[in-house]
Design a protein around this ligand. Structure first.
Ligand SMILES: *[C@@H]1O[C@H](CO)[C@@H](O)[C@H](O)[C@H]1NC(C)=O
Ligand SMILES: *[C@@H]1O[C@H](CO)[C@@H](O)[C@H](O)[C@H]1NC(C)=O
Ligand SMILES: *[C@@H]1O[C@H](CO)[C@@H](O)[C@H](O)[C@H]1NC(C)=O
Ligand SMILES: *[C@@H]1O[C@H](CO)[C@@H](O)[C@H](O)[C@H]1NC(C)=O
Ligand SMILES: *[C@@H]1O[C@H](CO)[C@@H](O)[C@H](O)[C@H]1NC(C)=O
Ligand SMILES: *[C@@H]1O[C@H](CO)[C@@H](O)[C@H](O)[C@H]1NC(C)=O
Length: 274
């Protein structure tokens, strides 16, 4: 049995124990009868004991309800949608890594994140990320790329010619920094510039209406022609200049080093359960 499968069994036992279902004749019946508060308490408690920034009670491939890894389905183009607009933020992983744990190496972190890794995979990760900066920068990049950024490219590839990629880079570029642009009024946008806000937010409304951000709800936005990702790994960068704070909305090409790292992560999908 893989370490991941052992962990799934351990987590189930832990949920059963923390909901007082250990002595029940049927643990599932007991869990279904448990109150939401009891389940919530067990969830929070168990997740607090896990690796920083990870969520322990997540969907798993059980072979019945979820029959295969999602990235495999993307590879096989088993999709329901017609088109895809995907935007990632520059530094998705930073808030999900303990920034005080500065001595953790890329190899150590990848083994903690993916317990089925052997030394061989951990060493490959060490080599792939060694040029990127400090240990903590590397571990943050591993978190962001494995959980958010690389899976986005797998999804883009499942819609060839019908998928568009954006990068939200307004500093600090952390996970969630884009939310206020989709849900205005919740707080002040980090870059409060009308031309930028219209360009970024209307990419989504235009896509929702037309499955293509180039068919604009308001043709006057500053977003230039946006090629599908399949055309030369094109992305639309949404950023601002420093220090004068002018919008930067322009096409860029995805880093080939990033795509190489993503290919590695895709190749070990059996071990990461992705
Ligand atoms: C929460 O988890 C810890 C172990 O991480 C355990 O000792 C404790 O009993 C748990 N609390 C509850 C309410 O189950
Ligand atoms: C589990 O049982 C113990 C002992 O009866 C009780 O103190 C505790 O509140 C129960 N926990 C839950 C989540 O029902
Ligand atoms: C973060 O890392 C520091 C340094 O290793 C450690 O002392 C601290 O307990 C960690 N915090 C959490 C929430 O894991
Ligand atoms: C954001 O920009 C709008 C339009 O220029 C302005 O009315 C508003 O006061 C700005 N908000 C903040 C917090 O600066
Ligand atoms: C975004 O712009 C900032 C300056 O405002 C710059 O430091 C950063 O490198 C840019 N990010 C990207 C991904 O281009
Ligand atoms: C990887 O997973 C696929 C399906 O999930 C399976 O067919 C294949 O045998 C696995 N390969 C290895 C090396 O475990």
């Amino acid at each position: 049995m893989s370490i991941c499968a052992l962990i799934e069994n351990l987590l189930f036992s832990e949920v059963v124990a923390q909901t007082n279902c250990s002595t029940a004749a049927d643990a599932m019946t007991c869990l279904r009868a448990a109150s939401a508060t009891t389940l919530e308490t067990a969830n929070v408690n168990i997740s607090n004991g896990g690796l920083f920034g990870t969520f322990l009670l997540v969907p798993v491939v059980d072979g019945t309800f979820i029959t295969q890894r999602p990235t495999l389905s993307f590879m096989q183009r088993k999709i329901n949608g017609q088109a895809l607009l995907a935007v990632t933020n520059t530094f998705e992983g930073t808030v999900f890594v303990n920034q005080s744990a500065t001595a953790v190496t890329a190899a150590q972190y990848s083994s903690e994140l993916f317990p089925d890794f052997t030394a061989a995979q951990a060493n490959t990760v060490e080599n792939l990320y060694s040029g990127l900066g400090s240990d903590i920068f590397q571990t943050s990049a591993i978190q962001g790329e494995t959980i958010f950024i690389c899976p986005t490219y797998y999804m883009l590839s499942a819609f060839p010619g019908r998928s568009f990629k954006g990068e939200f880079a307004i500093p600090p570029g952390f996970h969630g920094g884009d939310l206020v642009y989709y849900f205005p009024g919740t707080s002040t946008p980090p870059f409060n510039n009308t031309a930028f806000i219209d360009a970024f937010a209307q990419s989504f409304t235009s896509f929702i209406i037309n499955q293509n951000p180039n068919i604009k709800v308001d043709p006057s936005t500053i977003t230039p022609s946006w090629s599908p990702f399949a055309v030369g790994d094109t992305e639309m960068l949404f950023n601002q200049t420093a220090p004068d704070g002018l919008p930067v909305v322009q096409p860029i090409t995805t880093s080939s080093a990033l795509l190489t790292r993503c290919q590695f992560w895709e190749s070990v999908g059996n071990l990461t359960a992705q």
